[in-house]
Ligand binder design. Structure first.
Ligand SMILES: *Cc1c(COP(=O)(O)O)cnc(C)c1O
Length: 211
């Protein structure tokens, strides 16, 4: 983790776009170094790995934790109690379960619904039409705050294709009156900004190569 590199990236990003530092594969010490530079939002994709770091970092300044990985149903209670944001809610059933568990735990996580905009078989998410159909029902769910949509583009597409997919995500979010779009990673963050991202999920660009 090179502090100068982080500051250089931060300077290139408009102030209305948030950086989520994706710390999976990196150590709590590196998180602390970055936090000292003013970065407070950190994203993790595996519960157990994240929880170990959360325990270590608990005694220092509070961090805002975001869950960005595939959600296993049996981990929902742990995710709801230990993360303020959940970016990767990829089905109505999981959303319902998050809502009912949040109610029991007296929580109210900020939710980004993952949408599937291309037919990449390795990625999950709501089909956009289904999301529209279910929208009235989704809005009724208690103890969740719907803040936006999240998408992951397939690998190996052109810059133009990246921008187009991100714009689809943005316009879907706009039509649902959702403020946030969690989109853009180390390889496509510039396209994501151009298309209206509000949360860039940056791992290797900030931290360097994963171990
Ligand atoms: C790992 C990960 C990222 C960050 O990836 P980089 O290419 O290292 O920036 C972003 N989003 C999700 C969902 C991830 O799992």
């Amino acid at each position: 983790m090179d502090p100068l590199n982080y500051l250089k990236i931060k300077n290139k990003i408009p102030s209305n776009v948030n950086i989520l530092a994706v710390s999976k594969g990196f150590k709590s010490q590196e998180i602390k170094t970055l936090q000292n530079l003013g970065q407070n939002d950190f994203g993790e994709s595996k519960f157990q790995e994240a929880f170990e770091k959360q325990l270590i970092l608990k005694e220092f300044n509070p961090i805002t934790w975001h869950f960005i990985g595939r959600i296993q149903s049996n981990k929902i209670r742990k995710i709801v109690t230990n993360f303020k944001y959940i970016h990767s809610v990829d089905s109505f059933e999981k959303l319902q379960k998050i809502s009912s568990i949040s109610r029991e735990e007296n929580k109210n996580p900020l939710i980004m619904l993952q949408v599937k905009l291309s037919d990449d078989p390795t990625k999950g998410g709501f089909n956009p039409e289904l999301l529209m159909l279910k929208w009235a029902e989704i809005k009724e769910l208690k103890n969740i705050t719907l803040s936006g949509l999240m998408t992951i583009n397939p690998k190996g597409i052109s810059s133009k294709e990246n921008t187009e997919l991100f714009k689809e995500c943005r316009s879907l979010a706009d039509s649902l009156q959702l403020p946030d779009c969690s989109m853009g990673m180390s390889s496509d963050w510039e396209e994501a900004i151009e298309a209206g991202s509000t949360w860039l999920r940056l791992g290797s660009l900030i931290f360097g190569k994963r171990y």
